[in-house]
Design a protein around this ligand. Structure first.
Ligand code: ATP
Ligand code: MG
Length: 272
């Protein structure tokens, strides 16, 4: 069964989509079968994976409303080596239309169930809000990856997110756990970055991923070419960091992920 992770942070522009797209590509490079779910009406993950959001035949919008299944709406990302359940601005309407539906928090979870055996990882790129869409992501997931910029206000928003995750865990999804905090857009020359990073480690211990994603212009340039940074410039510091992050994720979860998937990852890493 696929391991399902949400990339979430209600703050805007903190690197959620960059993390989701590049982790998907990094895991694909480790021979993992990955589905990237775009749960944001901005459709940035869709575009970043090289898929034109303006010409979709079907999208996550139809899936959430029960008009189409996941397998029919999925599109392969040629540049990333993974599948995408794409989104565009139509998805903004789903929020309102879902109000009338039964079990509206668990529609994504139910929709993903039939494809659980097809993938090793499902990564969900959440929008920048603690909305019904994000709630669907949290209800569908086993774990949350929280990308964070190491700056003062980052910590302020974190407590709201952690409280929401705790509530979802208690009331809606007992499987949900915080997998880890990922430090992104890190600038080692800034004293504040160093201080906040140290604070995160002190507070959250091994919930902070060892891998740190540096600020790197190649990661920012890649989406305009419809490519994950990991594919666009594999040798760049940003791409290398996301590949290392993929390996750290697999290593962390190794006892939990299916043996066949672990074997493929180890082989891709030259370990067998
Ligand atoms: P939103 O909340 O709007 O969905 P987001 O949290 O998904 O935003 P991204 O879109 O991933 O954030 O990143 C915001 C901007 O920062 C983008 O222009 C992206 O290219 C850039 N960016 C992300 N990570 C890095 C990085 N490590 N180095 C340089 N630029 C980055
Ligand atoms: Mg985004």
């Amino acid at each position: 069964m696929a391991k399902i992770f949400c990339v979430a942070n209600q703050k805007g522009g903190v690197g959620k989509t960059t993390t989701a797209v590049n982790l998907a590509a990094g895991l694909a490079k480790l021979s993992q079968r990955v589905l990237l779910v775009d749960l944001d009406p901005q459709g940035n993950a869709t575009m970043g994976a090289g898929i034109n959001k303006a010409t979709l035949k079907a999208s996550i919008y139809e899936v959430l409303l029960g008009l189409c299944d996941v397998a029919s709406a999925c599109v392969p990302s040629e540049t990333g080596g993974f599948d995408v359940l794409p989104a565009n601005r139509e998805l903004a309407g789903a929020e309102v239309e879902m109000v009338e539906l039964e079990q509206r928090e668990t529609r994504l979870k139910q929709a993903l169930h039939p494809v659980g055996e097809e993938y090793d990882f499902v990564l969900i790129d959440c929008p920048p809000a603690l909305s019904m869409l994000t709630l669907n992501g949290l209800c569908a997931a086993h774990g949350v990856i929280i990308p964070m910029q190491c700056e003062y206000y980052a910590l302020e928003g974190l407590s709201d997110l952690v409280n929401t995750i705790k509530k979802v865990h208690a009331k809606l999804n007992p499987d949900l756990a915080i997998i880890g905090l990922l430090r992104v857009m890190f600038d080692p020359r800034m004293t504040l970055s160093q201080q906040v990073s140290a604070q995160l480690e002190a507070h959250f211990g091994d919930k902070v991923f060892k891998t740190i994603i540096p600020r790197n212009v190649r990661l920012a340039e890649a989406p305009s070419y419809g490519m994950p940074g990991v594919t666009f410039d594999p040798a760049s510091k940003g791409a290398q960091a996301y590949i290392a992050f993929g390996a750290e994720m697999v290593a962390r979860l190794l006892p939990d992920i299916p043996p066949a998937a672990a074997e493929r990852a180890a082989a891709a890493h030259g370990q067998v």
